[in-house]
Design a protein around this ligand. Structure first.
Ligand SMILES: [Zn+2]
Length: 260
């Protein structure tokens, strides 16, 4: 029986044209990634990187939306995580491709713009926001996690355009803040009304597709001690010493968990 492609599937020639269009734009994609990595978007500085993303999407003609994550807007949602920091620069940006016709399935291409802190810079081979390229590798905080994914989303649509095709359904290109600690930025897009038939988050996962993930759990423990004079320390209780046992027991990588 001949292989019949499902309705709406790409024919080989179109698929090849799209792949060629990705290649044709790749140098430009890497240059844009470099510019994005050079805008340090650790918490509190997300706006500079988001400005670049906003301008890039607007220049391509997408319908634009930008807002600050407001904890009061998302507090009611079961996906909400407690907010322990300022969201003064926790901007989210969405650019929307609107299709010519109706009937196509919609898609969200999502990525986060925030990056984790650099840690001690003297432990870096190159300055963390230089975005230096050596061979086929770019060194920089956030280059892999996940500005390359954010830029890939943007340039994937460029490649379609270059190949002379476009998505038949609505596509929302999203860059969100506050992923590294909570996920409240992505939640904010959902609460704002952005949904789709499918969502692709272009996180680095070793080039494997991941359909579900464990997520994170945050909790606080309070350990109460019993203060006494140092001369009779044995009659008191040291909260830090008591906590050490708890830390060991709760550490998923600790020795107590290794044999399970
Ligand atoms: Zn990430």
């Amino acid at each position: 029986m001949p292989d019949t492609p499902p309705p709406g599937a790409l024919d080989d020639a179109t698929a090849a044209a799209i792949t060629a269009a990705v290649d044709a734009g790749f140098d430009q994609q890497i240059a844009f990634l470099q510019e994005l990595v050079r805008r340090p978007s650790i918490r509190g500085q997300e706006h500079l990187a988001q400005d670049l993303m906003f301008d890039a999407m607007a220049a391509r003609g997408y319908a634009m939306d930008r807002w600050l994550t407001d904890p009061d807007d998302i507090r009611h949602h079961p996906g909400f995580s407690p907010v322990a920091v300022s969201y003064a620069n926790a901007w989210n940006v969405v650019g929307t491709h609107r299709p010519r016709g109706t009937g196509g399935r919609s898609l969200i291409l999502n990525g986060h713009i925030d990056v984790v802190p650099t840690g001690p810079t003297d432990m870096w081979t190159y300055p963390p926001f230089e975005a230096r390229i050596e061979g086929d590798w770019m060194y920089g905080r956030g280059a892999g996690d996940m500005k390359c994914g954010v830029v890939a989303n943007l340039f994937a649509l460029d490649a379609l355009r270059r190949a002379g095709v476009q998505p038949a359904g609505t596509v929302h290109l999203q860059t969100v803040s506050e992923e590294e600690s909570t996920g409240n930025g992505a939640l904010s897009t959902l609460v704002r009304g952005y949904t789709a038939d499918g969502v692709l988050v272009s996180e680095p996962t070793g080039l494997r597709s991941v359909r579900a993930t464990l997520g994170v759990q945050w909790f606080q423990l309070k350990v109460r001690g019993y203060p006494v004079h140092v001369a009779i320390a044995g009659e008191g209780a040291n909260a830090i010493e008591a906590a050490m046992g708890l830390v060991t027991a709760l550490n998923p990588n600790g020795p107590d968990r290794g044999t399970e």
